[in-house]
Design a protein around this ligand. Structure first.
Ligand code: GTP
Ligand code: MG
Length: 224
């Protein structure tokens, strides 16, 4: 296949070009335990980036379309930019093993809305073992929060140790649950080496800034 030599080397996994030969949207997956703040991250990213980028969202829920409905109710994007996949099975399967429903949802959005800059794919809430197939997303954000205690980063798992960005959310709750953020930071770094970690509170105005900054940097690389 002809490929423009100015483009960066393709990532292992998905092709960076769409079927029309143009560069497709950057795809970022968000995984993490139930209730850690994945939808809150998606909503905040949409509000932060929607005026500067063309973006769309695919949500995954096991039995409902609750997360898509939340995003629609809160009007974070026009309705045609939000698609729900009801996995009906372990969320893991739909983002890692049989990615066909998600891939189709992403490709349909790109096809219907024209060129997009960014597609966010939220996994159904799962445990610490969830990871996305590289055939579905280019980068993975793993969202955990402080409310399960400061031991979570120490427990490891592929999301904590190998995701492209680890988000430790709900720092506003740390004093209430006795979570020591310094311990979480130390353990996360031990698990991840040089991979980035951000602490945030999405319940706080501007709390998404460090995640949005990371996304902007990935987009700059993608379109360089
Ligand atoms: N205090 C506090 N609450 C938060 C924060 N971020 C999210 N929440 C709340 O945590 C709850 C769960 O957030 P969601 O964004 O739905 O979590 P999720 O990871 O998408 O959940 P599932 O998709 O069900 O796995 C909601 O009630 C949010 O309002 C935060 O930074 N601080
Ligand atoms: Mg959610």
């Amino acid at each position: 296949m002809h490929r423009d030599h100015d483009l960066p080397a393709p990532l292992p996994g998905a092709e960076p070009l769409g079927s029309d030969g143009n560069r497709r949207a950057l795809r970022i997956g968000l995984g993490g335990p139930v209730g850690s703040g994945k939808t809150a991250t998606v909503a905040a990213l949409c509000r932060e980036l929607r005026d500067e980028l063309s973006l769309a969202v695919v949500t995954n829920d096991i039995y409902t379309t609750e997360d898509a409905e939340f995003l629609l109710r809160n009007a974070v994007l026009p309705p045609e930019r939000i698609t729900a996949v009801e996995t009906g099975c372990c969320p893991h399967t739909a983002i890692r093993d049989d990615i066909s429903a998600n891939l189709e949802a992403v490709e349909d959005l790109e096809h219907q809305l024209g060129p997009l800059d960014l597609v966010l794919v939220e996994s159904g809430g799962d445990n610490l073992t969830a990871t996305f197939s590289k055939g579905l997303v280019d980068f993975q954000i793993f969202v955990i929060d402080v409310s399960g205690g400061d031991k979570i980063p120490r427990k490891g798992g592929p999301g904590v140790s190998t995701s492209d960005l680890l988000v430790i959310n709900k720092t506003d709750l740390a004093p209430l649950v006795g979570a020591d953020l310094a311990v979480m930071d130390r353990d996360a770094k031990l698990q991840r080496g040089s991979l980035p970690v951000v602490f945030c509170s999405l319940a706080t105005e501007g709390g998404v800034a460090p995640i949005a900054g990371w996304v902007r940097a990935r987009l700059l690389e993608w379109t360089a």
